[in-house]
Design a binder for this molecule. Structure first.
Ligand code: TYM
Length: 341
């Protein structure tokens, strides 16, 4: 089984990235051949400072390693280090219907807010499809916000296979009956259940870099504490019962707490007697217990930049090897592949 996913380096990874995706990256590295990348090309749709992009790409790579990604088990690389992905992006763009992209959430949101969208934002899902299809991925661990992109990826793969693979039947997209699975393999999304699928930010909306409501995984201790103590709550007095849904505190706590503690906290919210500050303190403790070791590893990794260079170079080489046969088949099918002999 081939597992693949990526994170944009358009800011530092946060609790949404962790519970929605990165924690699964680490556990899945033992389940199959795992490839994880830093989506620097995607980040160009919002970052317009070369030095910043290159620095934050390295930062995200270090975060992956600090969280427990083992380069002996998983392939870690920069998206831009595999130029084949932009080539495949073009072959896919050539047959992607405008209507499919017009239904894209990020594009639609931007247009609805009256912001002019660039072509890069519009075609973002096609580059993401190229990321996934280039490596013949089976399983893609992501948060709920990426599920639509996975559906688009499957649609685009079917379009490509139907256009270029003789005998391919779009009604039998995996080739179960026809024995013709196509050149591009259809991936599946792997999404967590409950709050982890869409982690709330400090203001209660979905945690997102673009909303400025994140709790970063490796910010300095004082900033982390300030962020957690600043989570939105209301003015219900300490002794009164509290609705666990009225603040993101309970949802965030339940991501970290054991089942028993989660039930106790919920009961205590409903009974009253404790102020929000108490629950925030407990969240801070649990955050530090869970992420403390990664934060410590992160500090040590920063001291050895050459190690990261080696990991990324080896990762890019391996990723290109995995991509090569898919790319060969694609080029031959579309007619750009050189014939030998
Ligand atoms: P990005 O960088 O926005 O987020 C990385 C991963 O974190 C998940 N995530 C969340 N999960 C739960 N709750 C949240 N509040 C939350 N915020 C973010 C995202 O769902 C994602 O899994 N387009 C992708 C990057 C990408 C990619 C790919 C992913 C590019 N190519 C190919 C998978 C496969 C993105 O912007 O993720």
């Amino acid at each position: 089984m081939r597992i693949l996913s990526g994170v944009q380096p358009s800011g530092r990874p946060h609790l949404g990235n962790f519970f929605g995706a990165m924690r699964q990256f680490v556990s899945l590295q033992n389940e199959g051949e795992a490839l994880y990348f830093i989506a620097d090309l995607h980040a160009l749709t919002s970052v317009r400072d070369g030095r910043e992009l290159s620095q934050s790409s390295r930062d995200v790579a270090l975060d992956y390693l600090a969280l427990g990604l083992d380069p002996k088990k998983a392939v870690l690389f920069l998206q831009s280090a595999v130029p084949e992905v932009t080539e495949l992006f073009w072959y896919l763009t050539a047959l992607t219907p405008m209507g499919l992209l017009e239904r894209g959430h990020s594009y639609k949101d931007k247009v609805a807010r009256g912001i002019a969208a660039d072509a890069g934002l519009f075609t973002y899902p096609v580059l993401m499809a190229a990321d996934i299809l280039l490596y013949g991925s089976d399983l893609v661990p992501v948060g709920k916000d990426q599920v639509q992109h996975l559906e688009m990826t499957r649609d685009i793969a079917v379009k490509f296979n139907a256009a270029f693979v003789p005998g391919y039947d779009p009604a039998d997209p995996e080739g179960a009956k026809s024995g013709k699975p196509g050149i591009l393999k259809l991936p599946k999304a792997y999404v967590q259940e409950g709050a982890a699928a869409s982690v709330p930010g400090v203001d209660g909306q979905k945690m997102s870099k673009s909303y400025g409501n994140t709790i970063e995984l490796v910010a300095d201790d004082a900033a982390t504490k300030k962020r957690i103590m600043g989570i939105k709550s209301d003015s219900t007095p300490m002794e009164s019962p509290k609705d666990p849904e009225s603040t993101p505190i309970f949802a965030l706590l339940s991501l970290f707490a054991s089942d028993t503690e989660r039930a106790e906290i919920e009961e205590s919210f409903r009974t009253g007697g404790k102020g929000y500050g108490h629950y925030k303190q407990r969240l801070h403790e649990l955050f530090m217990e869970t992420l403390g070791p990664a934060r410590e590893r992160r500090r040590r990794l920063t001291e050895d930049p050459a190690y990261l260079d080696d990991v990324l170079a080896a990762g890019a080489k391996k990723a290109r090897e995995i991509a090569a046969p898919v790319m060969d088949a694609v080029r031959h099918a579309v007619g750009t592949g050189r014939r030998t002999g």
